[in-house]
Structure formats: structure tokens, C-alpha cells
Design a protein around this ligand. Sequence first.
Ligand SMILES: Nc1ncnc2c1ncn2[C@@H]1O[C@H](COP(=O)(O)OP(=O)(O)OP(=O)(O)O)[C@@H](O)[C@H]1O
Ligand SMILES: [Mg+2]
Length: 263
Amino acid sequence: MSPLLETKKLTIRFGGLAAVNEMDFIIDHGETIGLIGPNGSGKTTFFNLLTGIYKPTEGEIRYCGESLSRLPTFKIAKQGVARTFQNNRLFLNLSVLDNVLVGMHPHQDSNWFDAIFRRSYVERETEKGVEKGLELLTQFSEELASNCYQRAGDLPQADRRKVEICRALASNPKLLLLDEPSAGMSPAETEELMEDIRKVRQKVGGIGIIIIEHDMAVIREVAERVIVLNYGRKIAEGTFQEVSTNELVLEAYLGREEKDAQA
Ligand SMILES: Nc1ncnc2c1ncn2[C@@H]1O[C@H](COP(=O)(O)OP(=O)(O)OP(=O)(O)O)[C@@H](O)[C@H]1O
Ligand SMILES: [Mg+2]
């Protein structure tokens, strides 16, 4: 079987800067990979390439054996690649439930014609969507589900992340990309987030997850394999234990002088 996603020599240049540089990457069905690296090392840009926001300068992205490299973002979403953003991108003036419903859009096929001439079809699709949205929210948090008509902008940061993850899951993804999901969370909220990620893995069998994180406790807990970027290049790959003792990784994070000072 083809891997869930594979990139070969994936590269994007902005002027002289190669933000992602010859990246070879593989994730299998059901695998959770941690993507780490210092600020500006190309992690978010890698997600932007996988989701079609940026087109690669060179290289290839294959998803379940098919090329994704030239597909527009909406087609990539429809194929089952969903993400959350480093800076929360909820529709703050919409309700929690409406935000989750937005995530179902790639799989809903009613259009303006149906809205005028086939109202019952649209109503049925909407009802099904609401049911599924509530189910997802309930899985994550009973409290969120019972306050699903609350304005998303009134939620605390941790709940906004949950809604964002629910919105991503609403599209039935095979691959979920989480960009710094614990940013702005307290240690207790981060614990809850790790529990949420475990839940997602259990409930959505076979889902692949790539998680970008600065909080190494999260990576240690949830990632089966860790990939480290520096200046757009993959510099290490392995278990958390392996990469956290890798010389190149320590150097990238600490800088050689500080590392020498610590020795
Ligand atoms: N659209 C763009 N135009 C020019 N440069 C860009 C663009 N997008 C990203 N870059 C540059 O690419 C590099 C990688 O940025 P990226 O946001 O991917 O880093 P990151 O690893 O996600 O960092 P952080 O941990 O701070 O989120 C940075 O130097 C950034 O300035
Ligand atoms: Mg980033």
C-alpha cells in the first residue's frame, strides 16, 4: 500500500531563501509524527506546501500514491488533508457549531440552485451536518457541545483550539496537520490537548497526524517519530529519545557556543 503522504526533495524558495529545502518525508496511515525545529526553520511553510497554499519550486508531494503538488487547496481538502493554524483562524462572530459546520463544506454538494429549488435536499444535508457537528463537539467536550450556539470569539483559547480541531475533523480527514496546537495554553490545558489527540487517534482509525510543537512534553507524549528541521532542511529523524540527544539537534536549538558552555 502507498504511504499516506510522501514528499520527495520538496523545495520552496522565496527569493534567495529556501524555506523548505529538499525535504524527503513519509507518513504512514495511522502514524503520528512530531515536526520540530527552531523558529523560522520552515515548519509552517511545509504545511502550507502540503495544503496547496504554496506551490513547490521543486519536488513532489504524493498522497495515497497520487500527486498533490499542483492541486488547488479546495481539492486537497476534499481528498482528506485538514489542518489547524498557528494563529487560530476561527470565524469569531460565528457560533461554535457554525465553525464546525464550515469544515464539512468540502463534502457537501448542495449549491445556490438547490437552496432555491430543492430546499428539502438542502435542509436534510444541513440537518445531517448539525448532527455530525454536535457529535464531534460532544466527543471533545460535553460543555462545548451544550454551549454550541455560543459565539466562538467568546471562548477561551483552549476551547477555540478544540473547536478548530473539530472543524478540521469535520471534513473526515485522513491526514490531520496541527500547527502548534498548545500555543497559549496553560500546562493543564496542554494536558487536556494531549488527551484530545489520543482521543482523535482512537476514534478516527487510521488517521495520520503531523504535529508541529514547541512544547517538547507534547511531542514526547504523542509523537511516534520526530522530524527536526533547521533552515528548511531535515537534520534528524527518529524517536523522541533519539532526536533529543542528537548533536545536530542540540546545536540547532542551543547554538554551538551555548552547548559548549553547558558541557
Ligand atoms: N510568503 C513568504 N515570503 C517570504 N518568506 C517567507 C514566506 N513564508 C515563510 N517565509 C520565510 O520562510 C522561513 C520559514 O518560515 P516558517 O513560518 O515556515 O517557520 P516556522 O518553522 O513555522 O517558524 P515558527 O516556529 O516561528 O512558527 C522564514 O524565514 C520565513 O520568514
Ligand atoms: Mg510556524
